[in-house]
Design a protein around this ligand. Structure first.
Ligand code: BGC
Length: 747
């Protein structure tokens, strides 16, 4: 421990002890100090020079903030915490937040990729390691998990969530919360988690960030809310409201959402924080200028104002004029203090400021090796004609493409806490794997886009060196000419997904697409390693390229992890959690859609007066749940224990899965249900369970699922959560398209 605790208190958290403690403390606080607790500024511009005497330090001394975020470095954080507990009147410790989204210094794959592992234990492990590292560096609060369901790949933030499915998304949400918060927040490596963005942010119209959301309650309840609720059920300590409107009112000030649903219906007792500056932005939204927006936000149930300073600068006046009550301010203040209490900060404000830990627990060999193995679980093999992959680690391999040696582009969005200079590029990973058994030749091959300005916009803060378009192509072809096999490392650069990275086209960027065509023309076998933060449109590539391995943004260890899969040390097992469209015109696109009154009778041809398109089928190019392996899994003998599910009883579905190929491997066996007739139109299929199994080559296993009436439930038109008796279809398969099905009757 580095310093003395300023306020001592016993660590056993019971509600009663906490209430007494917080009430006592609040009894000593001025109105200004209480409002100060509701203020959460960014410390992004703090430097060693300003840490003691900057704007933030002044506010801390005056107890005008409840916490801050965006500061990296234990020394700075320690000093800021010291100011709070040694140089302020009541010595109240600070929350220290950060966007620790998929790792801290050890970076794991982006969340969308993580979800494609379908491995909740791996996700929990990654959150645990993130918490260990972040807390070792002074952070006690992470703005994660992001659980917004997204069905539109144009939205750049699809990269930050777990895809399109509410069931899988809920399991992932719980795994993140368990990993970050640990058992009970008492250990110094257990940190507060914040589920976001509440709610429906992923349904922004036309995939444009911050855009309008408009949705029926029925759809919210059945299709979008489950992952937030799952995080609440898992005990998440904080919730962040979203930028978008819900029923016409910004989430930031939506009383129905924040109080009626979240607090009353779901029983959430923790801290509610706004998103970045969103109280102030209610003015641009056309709701109200800052003062009134602050009133509305507090009244709706917000506790903490991120960055806008609306609470700090206007609530006193609004209290005087009677627009808010002291009770409302007290309630919010109490929630901030309770979270600090639960974190044990009153017992030891330096709990997360152990500099010894910072020197020992960041980017460790152990964390890196776990990140490497988790990364290889997230890659999705989209195509593998004639088993071109894995390639043998010998001979001459041409690695070509702007992602092949792009150190700053391996991690994806929200990875600003890491040090890319320590990471291996793909080229380095492949060279280290192949050793002296062969040779990896390299050429950059192309820019991201032909046009320099376009590339500048796309690469943002992480620019790549540019070369002359013609010269790059020439070098690529010369390199390819000398090789036996070509590995093309192409796709989006990391800043093309994440916040404020919406797109209207989803093809591989122009210069790279042409490069790929030129490489195919050489007649040599081509493997496409696709780097992306979202589904891309690969309609042409799916025809012309023999093997496509989607590696997303795999994190700090991606260079080695990709080499592991490329050379067959690891057999890929990732399965898509987001549908890959054939064209942008199909969006939004998702597997758990509704049938129309005129379903498309034949997926391959246009059918007039049915629900389809003139140019293309309704089907995705690669469906939800899809992903190949180096081996082949055969599904036989689906059996239902009965064709009637009696009330209060169970039904078992079993299927025999056999590994028929030449590699040991993991398979995700998926179970879907369809309610054939119901009060409201139900999805054509919904994921209800899955099992991730490992089978040695030649091995067979019976996989069993249990269905109970819980699995049949949905929200009806009165928003009652019920099931209806009648016929159901149950489907089992390797993805949402390739399934076997049977029907049963639920009594
Ligand atoms: C994002 C949040 C993030 C916050 C703080 C906002 O722009 O929407 O996801 O947690 O910034 O960095």
């Amino acid at each position: 421990m580095l310093g003395e605790a300023c306020t001592t208190h016993h660590i056993d958290v019971t509600d009663e002890q906490m209430n007494l403690f917080v009430s006592d403390l609040m009894g000593h606080m001025t109105l200004r100090e209480k409002i100060g607790q509701l203020n959460l500024p960014s410390g992004g511009d703090i430097t060693t020079g300003t840490v003691k005497n900057g704007k933030l330090s002044e506010m801390i001394r005056k107890q005008e903030i409840g916490g801050f975020f965006n500061v990296k470095g234990i020394d700075k954080i320690y000093e800021l915490q010291r100011l709070a507990v040694e140089e302020s009147r009541l010595k109240i410790p600070l929350l220290v937040g950060a966007d620790v989204i998929h790792g801290y210094e050890t970076i794991f794959p982006i969340p969308l990729a993580l979800s494609c592992s379908w491995d909740t234990l791996a996700v929990e492990k990654m959150a645990r390691i993130s918490a260990i590292e972040a807390s070792a560096d002074g952070i006690n609060w992470t703005f994660s998990p992001m659980v917004d369901i997204c069905r539109d790949a144009r939205w750049g933030r699809i990269a930050e969530g777990s895809g399109e499915d509410p069931y899988l998304g809920s399991l992932m949400a719980k795994a993140y919360v368990r990993g970050y918060q640990g058992k009970n927040l008492q250990q110094n490596d257990e940190i507060l988690s914040c589920v976001k963005h509440f709610a429906l942010y992923g349904a922004s119209e036309s995939g444009r960030d911050y855009n309008t959301v408009d949705m029926s309650r029925l759809r919210m309840y059945n299709e979008y809310l489950a992952p937030y609720k799952a995080a609440v059920d898992a005990g998440v300590g904080s919730v962040m409201s979203s930028f978008n409107i819900v029923d016409g009112i910004p989430a930031t000030a939506n009383k129905w959402l924040l109080s009626d649903l979240l607090r009353k219906e779901w029983g959430f007792k923790g801290l509610l924080v706004t998103d970045y500056n969103s109280i102030a932005e209610m003015s641009s939204h056309g709701i109200a200028p800052l003062k009134e927006a602050s009133v509305r936000s507090l009244q709706a149930g917000t506790d903490m104002d991120m960055v806008s300073f609306g609470f700090l600068n206007t609530l006193e006046e609004s209290l005087q004029s009677g627009e808010v009550t002291e009770e409302q301010i007290n309630t919010a203040c109490r929630r901030v203090l309770e979270v600090k209490y639960k974190l044990g900060l009153f017992d030891n404000p330096y709990k997360y400021c152990d500099t010894l830990r910072a020197s020992k627990q960041l980017y460790t060999t152990e964390h890196r090796s776990i990140a490497r193995s988790i990364a290889s679980e997230t890659f999705v093999l989209l195509k593998n004609e004639k088993s071109l992959l894995p390639i043998s680690a010998k001979g001459k391999i041409a690695l070509i493409g702007p992602m092949a040696n792009a150190r700053n582009n391996m991690c994806g969005m929200w990875s600003m806490m890491c040090n890319p200079s320590k990471h291996r590029t793909l080229l380095e990973g492949m060279r280290s794997a192949i050793g002296n058994k062969g040779e990896v030749l390299y050429a950059k091959g192309s820019n991201i886009f032909y046009d320099e300005n376009r590339e500048k916009t796309a690469t943002g803060m992480r620019p790549l060196d540019r070369g002359d378009n013609q010269t790059l192509l020439k070098e690529a072809l010369q390199t390819a000419d000398r090789a036996d096999v070509i590995v093309a490392a192409l796709g989006e650069c990391s800043e093309m997904s994440g916040e404020s990275a919406s797109r209207t086209t989803l093809e591989i960027p122009d210069a790279q697409r042409d490069l790929l065509k030129a490489l195919v023309k050489t007649g040599k076998p081509v493997v496409l390693l696709l780097f992306t933060g979202r589904p891309l449109v690969l309609t042409e590539e799916a025809v012309n390229i023999p093997s496509i391995l989607n590696v997303w943004f795999g994190g700090s260890e991606a260079g080695d992890a990709i080499a592991d899969v490329l050379f067959g040390k690891v057999n890929p097992s990732g399965k898509l959690t987001t549908s890959f469209p054939r064209s942008v015109g199909q969006l939004p696109l998702y597997y758990n859609s509704h049938n129309t009154s005129r379903p498309d009778p034949d997926k391959n041809v246009f059918n007039r007066y049915t629900s389809n398109y003139l140019e293309d089928s309704n089907e995705p190019l690669y469906p939800f749940g899809y992903g190949l392996s180096y081996t082949h899994f055969q599904y036989d003998n689906m059996v239902l224990s009965s064709n009637v599910l009696k009330k209060g009883e169970k039904l078992t579905v079993s299927v025999i899965v056999t590994n028929k190929g030449n590699y040991d491997g993991c398979e995700v066996v998926q179970l879907y249900l369809h309610d054939i007739y119901a009060d409201v139109v139900r999805p054509v299929k919904e994921l209800k369970d899955f099992k991730r199994i490992f089978l040695k080559k030649g091995e067979s296993r019976e996989v069993r699922f249990v269905i109970t009436e819980e699995d049949l439930k949905f929200y009806n038109s009165n928003l009652q959560y019920i099931y209806e008796t009648g016929d159901f279809e149950v489907m089992v398969g390797t993805n949402s398209r390739d399934i076997q099905s049977k029907t049963f009757f639920a009594e």
